[in-house]
Design a binder for this molecule. Structure first.
Ligand SMILES: [Zn+2]
Ligand SMILES: [Zn+2]
Length: 449
């Protein structure tokens, strides 16, 4: 469950724990779903030419791969395959990282999966950060709760994350991470993880964190997320990319985890199914279920309810950071007026600041109907006044967007008073000076050009 401070994960390296997705039949099976998540209008199509495509194979799990989840209780046993894989230097990347034998039903796996074939350099970096991190024991990581099972432990609040000292820059000078991006498993993103990784290297990033849309119970907006049965495939995809880019880019497993009142236990359990490095909470007002529940009064009331739910998501203690925190401005964007909801936002930010949870500056907002980053500058300034930590994410649904508008985002942060920007590894916040990040992006991009 919940992650309280003491619950921090430790870098146990060994056993790969299965990220088994035991679970219930995909709730997603049911169809409906309302409108798709705001699709970005990024035009350029992913160029996959450079990557040799190859189908994900359902090879039998290599020993290093995650085995079925064991009921175990000790930390070591709990390590997820991904983290274990990232942690250990082993896997020779010469060969494509095999995808766990899991019956991977989905298309993503199908033909398009690509695999990095080039020999990988020293495996060091990826594992490095993990190991360097002080021991954050995950006492709570007990046997993965069956999705269907309710979380027994009470959901406790996440204590304000401690800021860690970041590992140094890479040889290229790269220092920062893009902490929000997707995979085709969510059905509205395009391109293989390796393509996103390649773009990240070009953008001068040190690493990327995949945060695809999580499965949800009871058929909650299934058309824009991975199904229960695809969860293991997701973990395997990220692991495959991490292996392929070892030594070149630090690739981590995260999740964009839906916040919807009533689903807290499911979500808490979900967060135990893998060793996520970053859990990004998201309130998506576009979900039919959300609209049915909250679109009951005026437009303004709907907007206010959004910010109230945002505050509740922070107070749930389930998340490291809150995604695109003013996404609701795309609801009737023509009449969006920050001043009208400012009091509500003020209250919400006071509540959020009290939890210690970080908030995201999402650059994809520029591609949405209300064309402006999420949040806009005024709300961002209010966040700065409350010293709410900021994580920058591109929310890429296409590889070409990785790292997009980061310089502008960082400059905006400076403009409103921020001196630091953050990212998460091992679910621990790491702060960097914005000036250092800006310099690193240029230097690394030039180096990798
Ligand atoms: Zn999306
Ligand atoms: Zn997203």
């Amino acid at each position: 469950m919940s992650k309280t401070k003491p619950t921090k994960k430790k870098a146990a390296q060994g056993k790969a724990k299965p990220i088994a997705s035991k679970s219930k039949k995909s709730a997603a099976a049911k169809k409906p779903a309302s409108k798709p998540v705001p699709k970005k209008k990024v035009k350029s199509a992913p160029a996959k030419k450079s990557l040799p495509k190859k189908p994900v194979k359902k090879a039998s799990p290599p020993k290093s791969a995650p085995k079925k989840k064991a009921p175990a209780s000790k930390p070591v046993a709990k390590k997820s395959a991904v983290k274990a894989a990232l942690t250990k230097a082993k896997s020779p990347t010469a060969k494509p990282a095999p995808v766990p034998a899991k019956p991977t039903p989905k298309p993503i796996a199908s033909a398009k999966t690509t695999t990095q074939t080039k020999p990988v350099a020293a495996p060091a970096p990826v594992a490095k950060v993990t190991k360097a991190a002080p021991a954050f024991v995950t006492a709570s990581k007990t046997a993965p709760a069956p999705v269907s099972a309710a979380v027994k432990a009470p959901i406790t609040k996440k204590s304000p994350a401690q800021s860690l000292v970041a590992a140094g820059p890479t040889k290229s000078g790269a220092l920062f991470y893009d902490s929000h991006m997707h995979t085709p498993l969510c059905k509205h993103a395009w391109g293989e993880p390796e393509e996103y990784a390649q773009q990240a290297v070009k953008a001068g990033l040190k690493g990327i964190i995949f945060t695809c849309h999580c499965p949800m119970p009871n058929g909650f907006w299934p058309s824009v997320r991975m199904s229960e049965s695809e969860f293991d495939t997701y973990v395997a995809l990220v692991q495959r990319a991490a292996n392929a880019f070892k030594g070149k880019l630090d690739i981590r497993l995260g999740i964009e985890s839906e916040y919807y009142p009533g689903c807290e236990e499911y979500i808490a359990s979900l967060h135990q199914r893998a060793d996520f490095h970053y859990v990004l909470g998201a309130v998506h007002w576009q979900a039919k279920e959300y609209l049915n529940k909250f679109e009951t009064g005026t437009i303004e009331n709907f907007r206010r309810a959004y910010f109230e739910n945002l505050a509740k998501s922070a107070e749930s203690g389930l998340y490291d950071c809150l995604a695109h925190p003013d996404l609701v401005k795309n609801y009737h964007p023509d009449s969006w007026c920050f001043a009208i909801v400012k009091n509500t936002v003020t209250t919400a930010l006071d509540r959020i600041a009290a939890t210690g949870v970080a908030m995201e500056l999402n650059t994809s907002g520029l591609n949405k109907s209300y064309s402006e980053m999420n949040p806009g500058i005024e709300m961002l300034r209010m966040m700065a006044e409350r010293k709410i930590p900021i994580v920058v994410g591109s929310d890429s649904h296409r590889a070409v967007r990785v790292g997009e508008h980061f310089v502008t985002a960082l400059n905006n942060l400076t403009e409103v008073g921020y001196e630091k920007v953050s990212y998460f590894l091992n679910r621990q916040r790491i702060d960097l000076k914005i000036s250092d990040v800006l310099a690193s992006l240029k230097k690394a991009a030039d180096h990798n050009a």
